[in-house]
Design a protein around this ligand. Structure first.
Ligand SMILES: Cc1cc2nc3c(=O)[nH]c(=O)nc-3n(C[C@H](O)[C@H](O)[C@H](O)COP(=O)(O)OP(=O)(O)OC[C@H]3O[C@@H](n4cnc5c(N)ncnc54)[C@H](O)[C@@H]3O)c2cc1C
Length: 303
């Protein structure tokens, strides 16, 4: 029988259950059988492979096997997985995490906190941006919603100049949709996938009543479309750290070479924190894994 460690057991709370949070939870459990691990996700599903998220847009059978952790995965490893919980406030004096739309009594106490809340795409503040038919593409839910719209849309406008935007454009074009890739950056017509029209410009307005009917470009030109997806600017999920005393530099959580923040019992890894090599670009999947493993190497020393 397992000894009762409840009096002395360290409580580790991990915010964010994508690849960084998942890796921390699993690796920590492998190295420490006794601590209590709680993994929190704002989303309503366990880990999926973001690198393959665009496959969902292929239609019928696309993206079916992108989930990487089955129903009992965390339970089997004695990890408490709480989904649909959005951390809204950290009290570093009381060492508690509170949640949006949940009573104060549901706040979680921690001895060690790990921030793996990653990033998200943001919609630009332009007229009409809240209209139906305007999407971003970061999470499974984003992909599911956009995919639903694509079933009905004949013309699609994608806004972005990164590799992901190109992949998405290619998949949608293969469904015989009329796809335009509006890139505010440096995309050339040559790099656009087959069947995709590349347009070097910026969107200044979304046109339509409640639903999108078109977009206006900065030159004044209007392009008719029934679905618009932004895949351009990202932002860290750090709003819940406000007032916590956890140091943030610019848009990122500050960490040292051990993935520790300015507070000795708070760590961070993945896209939410800044490393000198990744400045200014989206961290890769493998970088997030490596940072998480490094974090655990250091966390187990102090638990
Ligand atoms: C669509 C897409 C395609 C990509 N393709 C590639 C690729 O091909 N190759 C590659 O190397 N990299 C790719 N990347 C980048 C890679 O996926 C990221 O670097 C990686 O996902 C970062 O992992 P993370 O766990 O740090 O953060 P994220 O994946 O951003 O996850 C953060 C998690 O924390 C949750 N969260 C946020 N705030 C809260 C809160 N307050 N409370 C609770 N939970 C919260 C979020 O809902 C999310 O589940 C892609 C990214 C995207 C979005």
């Amino acid at each position: 029988m397992r000894p009762d460690y409840t009096e002395i057991m360290s409580r580790v709370v991990i915010i964010g259950a994508s690849i960084a949070g998942h890796t921390v939870a699993v690796s920590l459990r492998e190295k420490n059988k006794d601590c209590a691990i709680t993994l929190i996700s704002e989303e309503n599903c366990p880990l999926y492979d973001k690198r393959r998220l665009f496959e969902i847009l292929a239609g019928n059978s696309g993206g079916k096997d992108i989930f990487l952790a089955g129903e009992n995965f965390y339970n089997d490893r004695d990890i408490s997985f709480l989904k649909e919980r959005k951390a809204s406030l950290i009290n570093t004096e009381k060492k508690t995490v509170s949640f949006k739309d949940r009573p104060a009594k549901e706040a979680l106490e921690y001895d060690f906190l790990v921030i793996c809340s990653g990033r998200r795409f943001v919609l630009p503040e332009i007229p009409g941006i809240r209209k139906e038919g305007v999407f971003k593409f970061y999470s499974f839910e984003d992909a599911r919603r956009f995919s639903g719209r694509l079933n009905l849309a004949a013309e699609v406008c994608l806004i972005g100049s990164n590799e992901l935007a190109l992949k998405i454009a290619g998949v949608i074009a293969s469904r015989q949709k009329e796809v335009r890739l509006i890139s505010p950056g440096t995309l050339s017509a040559l790099s656009a996938p087959e069947g995709v029209e590349a347009v070097n410009s910026q969107v200044t307005e979304i046109i339509g009543e409640s639903e999108v009917l078109g977009i206006r470009l900065k030159e004044g030109k209007i392009i008719g479309t029934s679905a618009v997806c932004f895949i351009e600017d990202t932002k860290s999920n750090i709003e819940f750290l406000k007032g916590s005393g956890i140091e943030v530099k610019g848009d990122f959580v500050s960490v040292d070479g051990c993935m520790r923040t300015n507070l000795g019992n708070v760590f961070a890894a993945g896209a939410v924190c800044l490393s000198k090599d990744s400045a200014g670009r989206m961290k890769s999947w493998n970088e997030a894994i490596n940072e998480s493993l490094l974090l655990v190497d250091n966390l187990v020393k102090v638990i």
